[in-house]
Structures are given as C-alpha cells and as structure tokens.
Design a protein around this ligand. Sequence first.
Ligand code: NDP
Ligand code: ZN
Length: 352
Amino acid sequence: MKGFAMLGIGKTGWIEKERPHCGDYDALVTPLAVSPCTSDIHTVWEGAIGERNDMILGHEATGTVIETGKEVKDFHVGDRVIVSAITPDWGSLEAQAGYPMHSGGMLAGWKFSNIKDGVFADVFHVNEADANLALIPKGMSLESATMLCDMVPTGFHGAELANIAFGDTVCVIGIGPVGLMAVQASTMRGASQVIAIGSRPICVECAQKLGATDIIDYHNGPIDEQVLALTKGKGVDRVIVAGGDRTIFIAAITMLKPGGCVGNVNYFGNGETLEVPRIAWGCGMAHKRIEGGLMPGGRLRTEKLASLVNIGRFDPACLITHTFHGKEHINDALLLMKDKPQDLIKPLVILN
Ligand code: NDP
Ligand code: ZN
C-alpha cells in the first residue's frame, strides 16, 4: 500500500509500506476523508518530536472499516467511522487514572503520526476499535465528521482545561481551527465576554460568528496590554492558548485574574523552556493555574461531541475553506497548512 510520509525532518513524500496487521481487538480502515493538522507541520518542519523516518503522516480521518479483529463487537466491515486522533490503550493504568491520552507514557495515546503510521495511507490500523472508533451519524457530512477527529475535541478540551464557568470572561489566544472550536466551546460553557486573538480576516469573521465578542490583533501591540485596556485593567477569568510561541504564557498569565486558569492546547514545537512572568504570577503566589493537555480521544467523547453537531448545536464544517478530491492532493493540503495563506482555515481531502 501507499502512504504519504515524513521521510526525515523537513522531508515528505509517498512511500510503499506493508499493509498493517489487524490484532484481535483492532480494525483496519481505509480513509474517506483526511485533513492535515498544524501538528503535522510542527512534527515535520520543526522536528518537534524528534527524527522520524518513513513514518506515514496524518491523524485526522473518517473512513470505512475493511477488517475487524475477532474480539471486536460493535464495528463491522463497511461501517463508516470517525477515527479519533488520539487512540488510547484503555486498559492502561494511566487511562484508569483518568489520563487516557498518556496511556503507556507521556503523550503515548497519540499514536498516529507519532509512534506509528498515520492515516494518510490506503489503509491504516486502529487499536482497540470498540473504544476508539465512532460511527458517523446518519446524515452527517464528511466535512463535519472529519472535524470531529481532532479540531472539535481539541478546541473543546481547551475550554475544559480552562474550566470555564457561567459568566466567565475568556480570552482565546489563536483562532486557527483549534482556537475557533475553543471559542465555540467557551460560549457553550456559558462564557460572557469572549476575546479572540488573531489577525487573518477569514478567521476573525468565523470567530465572530461562533460567539467572539471582541477581536484583538497581536500585530497591534502586546496582547496582554490590549486585553487589560479592553477590560479596564481587570483582566479575564480564563485564557485558552491555541496559538503563539514559547513566550505566550507571559501574556496569558499577565492578562489573567488571580485564581484564574490558562488552558493550553498549543503544541510548542521548539525551545527548551517556556516562560512564565514572575511578577504577574504573584511571585509564585497568584493562584493562576496553567493546565496544558493533549485531548483525551476515545469513542464516548467522540460520540458525545458528534451528538452536539447532529442535534444542531453547531457545525464544525464551517472550518473547511479548501476541499480537494483525490489522494494526490494530500501534499497540496499539507503545504496549505504549512503556509497558512490568508484565505485558509482548514483544508479537507476527500478520497472516496
Ligand atoms: P493555526 O496555525 O491555524 O492557528 C494559530 C493561531 O494563532 C492563528 O489565529 C494565528 O493568527 C495566531 N497566532 C500566531 N502567532 C501569534 C502570536 N504571536 N500571538 C497570538 N496569536 C498568534 O493553528 P491550529 O488552530 O491548527 O492549531 C493550534 C495549535 O494546536 C497548534 O500548535 C497545533 O499543533 C495544536 N494542536 C494541539 C492538539 C492537542 O491535542 N493539544 C491537537 C491539535 C492541534 P493569524 O490569524 O495571524 O494566523
Ligand atoms: Zn492534530
């Protein structure tokens, strides 16, 4: 079979690979639609998780089940499924402790395009199919369903990590597809003012549609100063970080009220350390928490998030600005994600 792979840091291309083996609890899936993630960009072009050779990329796919292991109960050949980007080992001690995304070691629930081949392939392997797949609800578009693999659960996890409560003021730093879903999640969790930080007009327009009450452009000066000015010096109750570089916590902590919380879902691709501002962090005593996390993954969470879309609460298909047809366009879509042109939020490649 063929797959579109990271050949080494900064290098990608199509390779031939053996079709994966399906274990007793597993499934093999052929993709219906895939989407590249900014994380693929950090992985390939920043070498963020180190060297990877001939590793098939991609962790966002909807697909059709083509084989199941003999112990798989709920999924069958021909089922159309949403495959979560994070596919934990649910029997692990880490999962039992409430951290399935770290099953088997830190970040090890993130298997596709990290510790095994990803989904930009003719066929890919899903461990623990009953726990890690979800059926695409009847009538749901591939656009909406594919955004449920990673963009929705990650943006929503940002709101969970920030622990948004009714009436909280929230700042969402970064309004790419992940940050936009964090804006959506903030409004659904009852935020009052939602300040969104970004610059590309297409993202700004989408943020406003999803509930952002104020927009700040980080090109117009330090964002903490702009947020403090907007809030009459008070700052915000919660911050979600979905963009920015390794100095972003300086602004995030400075704009946060004492007792507030930063929920980070950003993937910092370089640098040895991340900076925290001493004075704004109350010299260590401000009760300003930073929670950073990989999204949890799994069937139940995917089904629940899909039910929100299915019942009409929101539709993540609004994130897709570029649609390609055919696997020969996977590279085009990936390069769009790398270059982030003005008219891009998220590309989708439809395969079947
Ligand atoms: P994008 O690159 O599409 O969006 C980044 C956003 O940050 C844009 O709105 C951009 O603004 C803004 N931005 C850039 N620089 C700054 C700055 N200095 N200060 C403030 N804002 C800035 O990313 P995605 O939405 O695709 O992904 C966001 C992050 O989430 C990535 O790091 C990705 O790897 C990570 N991720 C994490 C996952 C997890 O489970 N934790 C899963 C999936 C992704 P502009 O409008 O100018 O472009
Ligand atoms: Zn991702």
